[in-house]
Write a protein that binds this ligand. Structure first.
Ligand code: GLV
Ligand code: MN
Ligand code: MN
Length: 410
C-alpha cells in the first residue's frame, strides 16, 4: 500500500547541521574546499546516508557521486543533486541543501512505499565552487563532456597541488567513466544566494537560466623599489595595476548597468610590505552577465584597460583564463512545471535568472534541466551568515519531491 510522501523538514534541517559540523568555522559556516580532508569527511558522511537509503552508489573518475534508487523500469533516471564542497568562508546551505533535500525525497518515497516508474538519482558533483581549483562546476562539466579528465586532473590549486592527485589521495577517483549515469532529466534545488525572492516576498523561484561567467587571472610583474625615495615617474608598480583594475571593474559595471556585475576577489601583492613598491601582483576578475554580447563587451573593456595601464606603468602582464561559460537557458517545459507544481501547493512563485553558477548549467547540455530556488536571508551567500528559514527549506524540498515524482512517472 502506498501513502502520500511527505518531506520531513526537521530531519532535513538536522542533517544540514550534521554535515555543517564537518569543516565548521566561526559564525555557523563551513570550510570544505574541494578535495580537502574536510571534503572527504563530508563525502563519506553523505555516501553513508545514501547507502542507508539503499541507493546504488556509482563514483566516477572525477569523483562525482551518484546514488540510484530503482524504478519500475530500468533506463535513464530522473536526476537531482548539487555539490557539497564550499568556499573557504561558506555557509551551510549552498549546494548541501540540494543534495540533502534529494535524499529527503528518497526517504519520503520509502516511507510512503512509492516505487517510481523511472529510477531516481541523487548526485553530488566535484569542485562546483571553483574556489580551490578552476574552472568552477568542474565535475559536472566533465560529466557533460565539456572538459577532459586529463585537463581536469591537471588543474592546480594556489599551492600547485594537482586536482588528480588530491582526488586519489582522498579516495574518490572512482572506477566509472564520466558520463556513465546519463539522466533523462535534471532538477537542482538551491538557495537563491541573492536578494530577489526575499525582497519580493516569494517562496519559490522557477529559474529561467544561469548568466554567463568569465573568470581570468592576471599576474603583473613590475620592479620593487623604495616607497619613499622612488619618484612617481620612475615607478613600475604592480600593485597600482591591481588596484586601478578593481576600480575600473566597478566603474564599467556602473557604466553598463543592467545585469552586468564584476568583482576583483583575489588581490595579492609581493612583497606586501608598507614601504616597498610591489614587484608582483596576482589578481582575478570575475565578470557575469545574462547577455553574452554584453559580457564580451565588458571583457573587452576590462582587458583593454589592463593592457593600457600596464603599458603606461612599464610592467608586464600574464593573463590566464580560469573559466568561461556562456549564459544558459533552462528547459521552458521544466520552468513551467516547477511553477505549476509550486502553485498547486499554494506557494508563491517568481521566474528569475540565476546569478551564481550551478551544476545544472552543465547538465542542461545533456537533458531537459531546471532549477528551484528558495529565498536567502538578506541575499547573503558565500558568507557564514548564509541563512534560509526552515519553512522555506521544507517548501523547496516539497516542490522538488513533486517535480521529481511527476518526471519519474512520465
Ligand atoms: C560558483 O558557485 C559561483 O557562482 O561562483
Ligand atoms: Mn552552489
Ligand atoms: Mn557557491
Amino acid at each position: 500500500m502506498t501513502t502520500t510522501p511527505i518531506i520531513d523538514g526537521i530531519h532535513l534541517h538536522a542533517r544540514l547541521a550534521t554535515l555543517a559540523a564537518i569543516g565548521a568555522i566561526d559564525g555557523g559556516g563551513c570550510a570544505r574546499l574541494a578535495l580537502t580532508d574536510e571534503d572527504k569527511a563530508g563525502r563519506d558522511l553523505v555516501v553513508g546516508w545514501m547507502r542507508e537509503l539503499g541507493l546504488a552508489i556509482t563514483i566516477d573518475a572525477i569523483g562525482n557521486v551518484f546514488g540510484l534508487r530503482r524504478g519500475r523500469l530500468d533506463g535513464p533516471p530522473v536526476m537531482t543533486g548539487s555539490h557539497i564542497d564550499t568556499v573557504r568562508t561558506g555557509g551551510r546551505f549552498d549546494g548541501n541543501y540540494g543534495v540533502l533535500a534529494g535524499l529527503e525525497v528518497c526517504r519520503a518515497l520509502d516511507a510512503a512505499g512509492v516505487v517510481t516508474r523511472h529510477p531516481l538519482c541523487v548526485a553530488f558533483f566535484t569542485n562546483e565552487e571553483g574556489a580551490r581549483f578552476q574552472p568552477d562546476m568542474l565535475g559536472s562539466l566533465v560529466h557533460a563532456g565539456g572538459l577532459t579528465l586529463q585537463e581536469a586532473y591537471a588543474a592546480t590549486d594556489p599551492d600547485g597541488v594537482r586536482l588528480g592527485d588530491e582526488l586519489s589521495r582522498i579516495g574518490y577517483r572512482g572506477p566509472a567513466a564520466p558520463g556513465t549515469v546519463r539522466p533523462r532529466a535534471f532538477v537542482e534545488l538551491h538557495i537563491e544566494q541573492g536578494p530577489v525572492l526575499e525582497e519580493a516576498g516569494i517562496t519559490i523561484g522557477a529559474v529561467t537560466g544561469v548568466q554567463g561567467i568569465s573568470w581570468h587571472e592576471f599576474i603583473v610583474s613590475g620592479v620593487s623599489a623604495h616607497a619613499g625615495t622612488t619618484p612617481m615617474r620612475l615607478r613600475h608598480d604592480a600593485g597600482y595595476v591591481a588596484g586601478a583594475t578593481a576600480t575600473f571593474v566597478r566603474q564599467i559595471t556602473r557604466d553598463m548597468g543592467g545585469a552586468q556585475v564584476g568583482t576583483v576577489g583575489v588581490s595579492e601583492l609581493r612583497p606586501n610590505l608598507i614601504n616597498v613598491i610591489a614587484n608582483r601582483a596576482r589578481f582575478t576578475v570575475d565578470l557575469r552577465n545574462t547577455d553574452e554580447l554584453l559580457l564580451q563587451q565588458a571583457e573587452n573593456h576590462v582587458f583593454a584597460f589592463i593592457d593600457e595601464t600596464a603599458l603606461s606603468e612599464g610592467v608586464s602582464i600574464e593573463k590566464r583564463r580560469l573559466a568561461r561559460f556562456e549564459p544558459v537557458d533552462f528547459d521552458p517545459a521544466m520552468i513551467g512545471r516547477i511553477e505549476r507544481l509550486a502553485q498547486a501547493r499554494g506557494l508563491s512563485t517568481l521566474r528569475l535568472p540565476s546569478g551564481a553558477g550551478h551544476d545544472a548549467q552543465m547538465m542542461a547540455r545533456l537533458c531537459p534541466t531546471g532549477m528551484i530556488f528558495v529565498p536567502s536571508a538578506k541575499g547573503l551567500s558565500h558568507n557564514v551568515a548564509e541563512y534560509t528559514a526552515p519553512a522555506d527549506l521544507e517548501a523547496g524540498a516539497a516542490v522538488l519531491l513533486d517535480v521529481l515524482l511527476a518526471l519519474a512517472e512520465e
